[in-house]
Unconditional design. Structure first.
Lengths: 566, 194
């Protein structure tokens, strides 16, 4: 049967199990939007208010489900508006497929209306991209694109489709069988010698620690991680994106590592004699100064991306492979082990670092972000999917909302994209309609993508927005306080009345200024089947502690002054 | 300008799909990872869908491995090999236009060319073009000798390399597109040979 390129795109999406796509129409993608009318019953299109929102929604969908999230935009400005979302997904290995319209082939290169070299622009921020110049290549390209997005180290893939290719007709047949690409062979299992080397290092270690990253969840290796940790009694520190990789109430989990990580986790890393890095990439926010990082430790590094091995930290045993596969190779030969002294020491540090706990500070008439996060955690029984934006609230979420299940904290880690949280939460809710979803955002980041309130209202998406409003770009202000002698240039914010704004979008809302109002407001939001907004007016000049200043040694943490000090 | 061949140069050979934009992807990778290219050559192989690149970089072996693992990540890059640890043949080609306007310089040029695998491929009353093929080291040496006679124009292709012996660097992969084109050709249609 002959189909148009546009119809082929729809058919391919269905073949790949897509039910929802996030997009915005325009001239060069109109044939594809026209084709949607025939597929309305099977493919739901969510109309966003800005293409950046579409890219973050696809990303949130992908992170929540592990499936490929789809966004769609027109040529030129439509496509360039996806750029931030693609870069975000690239840095955090999130599988998204972006479909963009392009001017007709004869017009390409002529500076036609709304023409941009989109494959050129997105080259460094996609895992791969395509410009389809022949409708006969379209189905195969779509299949390849999905394959590349979701396999190996996942990432964003963009398919740019000229308008005449969307209109051209050809016989449609979805390619059967596995995609075989000459230059694309993601590693899977480890060499036997690598496995035995890794096991030997574990056996020889006295102070081992596991650094668990995003790869745990991408590979579906949560059970294997837990078994490794329990059988060899190895404490687990989590990266920001690794949160949820092991239940945080597990006695062997010692919390998040890095710039705003638990002091105990950072100290343990610096004291360890073995790091077992699983599906993480030694980001500078995790290591601090590389010259003084974990100097006493040998390193085992397992990652699906071979180029990550020895990139920042030299591995004694570097294994390029799928984490679950590699752990399953290791576990049968892993001997039980116990490290009571080591675990005891870490426990002492835990006690010590709990001094940072500000939940129980007397704060009459003031509201602290940590209290808000903690109370949302209590009200939601720690079971919600939380999607954060970037900044102080993000770090405090990571510190005060323990996650028990994988893929329940969605956050822009690598790129640190302000404006990510709210649209990503909408995408996550589409992916996990039965889960409770909270967008926890700052007053700065929220204003970057708040136009998506219209999307949430139009679709009646049951997402609860918690705005942590301190009338500051809080994290930048924190740096200005610490490193720029409190010269608060361009960080105080004149904000709209967020509740009135929500009213304008017909979104039910509350404002909270005292701690005893939190529980009630959270319950109000939970009871409504649709978007809600709660504005938490918090202390203006809060700090996030502990903090390893950029480039400082990991053990050189600034600690929270005790009440009455500083 | 230094005539010394940097001892820290390494050679990376990559087999890539002969597709539009592949060179751009590789150049973009080098730029964004801040790898420094000394020379890059690309050309077709005996298989029409496969091109081969020889990339020379000023780098240590560790750095070369980083480059190789990053190149391998590109979907259109089929295979990458760092050549320095295996015996290999390398060749660079230069076209050098030199002043040729008096008997003295003519004699000097002829004399130098006789001692190298070089030949004069174009002679005019004022200038001549020399073609010189060899390893990078020999080229540098030759250029140093010719320089005093007055080089007015020069171009080098950059190094191409191939491992010695039976360790063949090739791929048996046949692309879908090629298979399609071959099908079309054998069916008597007009193959859309891009």
């Amino acid at each position: 049967m002959k189909l148009t390129g546009s119809e082929i795109i729809m058919e391919c999406l269905l073949q790949e199990g897509v039910h929802v796509m996030f997009g915005y129409p325009g001239g060069a993608i109109l044939p594809t939007y026209d084709a949607m009318t025939k597929y309305d019953d099977r493919l739901h299109h969510v109309l966003v208010r800005h293409e950046q929102g579409a890219s973050h929604m696809a990303d949130g969908y992908a992170r929540a489900t592990g499936e490929v999230g789809v966004c769609i935009a027109t040529s030129g400005p439509g496509a360039t508006n996806l750029v931030t979302g693609l870069a975000t997904a690239m840095m955090d290995s999130s599988p998204i497929l972006a479909i963009t319209g392009q001017v007709p082939i004869p017009a390409i290169g002529s500076d036609a209306f709304q023409e941009t070299d989109v494959t050129g622009v997105t080259l460094p921020i996609t895992k791969h991209n395509y410009l389809v110049t022949d409708v006969r290549d379209l189905a195969y390209t779509m299949k390849e694109a999905f394959h590349i997005a979701r396999t190996g180290r996942p990432g964003p893939v963009l398919v740019d489709v000229p308008k005449d290719v969307q209109l051209a007709q050809t016989e449609f047949e979805y390619p059967e069988g596995e995609i075989v690409l000459p230059g694309y062979h993601p590693p899977s299992s480890a060499e036997e010698s690598e496995v035995s080397d890794a096991l030997r290092l574990i056996e020889e270690s006295e102070r081992p620690i596991i650094l668990a990253g995003h790869g745990i969840m991408m590979s579906g290796a949560t059970r294997e991680l837990r078994e490794l940790s329990e059988r060899a009694q190895i404490p687990v520190a989590l990266t920001l994106l690794g949160k949820g990789g092991m239940p945080e109430d597990h006695p062997l989990v010692i919390g998040m590592m890095g710039m705003h990580g638990e002091a105990s986790a950072n100290l343990a890393i610096q004291e360890a004699d073995l790091l077992i890095a699983l599906g993480m990439r030694f980001d500078d926010r995790v290591t601090g100064n590389l010259k003084t990082y974990a100097l006493n430790a040998r390193k085992i590094h397992v990652d699906i991306d071979r180029s990550e091995i020895n990139k920042n930290v030299r591995a004694d045993v570097g294994i390029a492979g799928d984490l679950k596969t590699v752990l399953l190779q290791m576990l049968p030969k892993l001997k039980p082990k116990s490290n009571p002294d080591w675990i005891g020491r870490i426990r002492d540090w835990l006690e010590d670092s709990s001094e940072r706990d500000i939940l129980n500070y007397e704060t009459p008439g003031r509201l602290l972000t940590a209290q808000v996060i903690n109370d949302i955690w209590e009200q939601t029984q720690g079971e919600a999917i939380t999607v954060t934006d970037v900044g102080q609230h993000q770090m405090l979420e990571a510190q005060y909302y323990p996650h028990q299940r994988p893929s329940t904290l969605l956050t822009s880690g690598g790129l640190g994209t302000m404006g990510f949280g709210f649209p990503a939460a909408i995408g996550a809710k589409f992916g996990k309609p039965d889960e409770e979803v909270w967008a926890i955002v700052g007053d700065g980041g929220f204003q970057m993508t708040l136009c998506e309130m219209a999307t949430a209202a139009q679709e009646n998406v049951n997402v609860n927005i918690a705005i942590i409003n301190n009338f500051f770009l809080g994290m930048v202000r924190q740096w200005q306080e610490l490193f720029y002698e409190k010269r608060y240039e361009a960080t105080p914010l004149f904000n709209p009345d967020f509740c009135k704004l929500a009213d304008a979008y017909r979104i039910p809302n509350r404002r909270v200024t005292k701690r005893d109002e939190i529980a009630d407001a959270v319950q109000f939001a939970r009871d409504i089947d649709g978007p809600t907004l709660i504005e938490f007016v918090v202390e203006k000049e809060e700090m996030v502690y502990p903090m390893v200043p950029a480039g400082a040694d990991l053990h050189d943490m600034k600690r929270r002054p005790k009440p009455g000090e500083g | 300008m230094t005539s010394q061949v940097d001892i820290n140069k390494v050679t990376v050979v990559a087999l890539v799909e002969n597709e539009p934009g592949v060179l751009n992807r590789i150049a973009s990778l080098f730029r964004r990872r801040a790898f420094n290219i000394d020379s890059l050559t690309v050309g077709r192989t005996h298989k029409p869908h496969i091109s081969r690149m020889t990339i020379r970089v000023v780098a240590g072996p560790e750095y070369a491995r980083k480059i190789a693992t990053n190149l391998e990540k590109l979907v259109n890059v089929i295979d990458v090999r760092v050549l320095d640890n295996e015996p290999h043949v390398e060749r660079d080609l230069a076209l050098i236009k030199v002043r040729n306007d008096d008997a003295n310089s003519r004699n000097t040029i002829t004399e130098i060319c006789d001692r190298y695998p070089a030949r004069i491929v174009d002679v005019g009353p004022k200038v001549a073009i020399i073609e010189m093929v060899g390893t990078e080291e020999i080229l540098e040496e030759f250029i140093d000798e010719v320089r005093p006679t007055g080089i007015v124009e020069m171009i080098r292709t950059g190094v191409v390399s191939m491992g010695r012996g039976t360790r063949i660097h090739d791929t048996n992969f046949t692309r879908r597109d090629l298979a399609k084109i071959q099908d079309e050709l054998s069916a008597g249609g007009n193959g859309n040979l891009i």
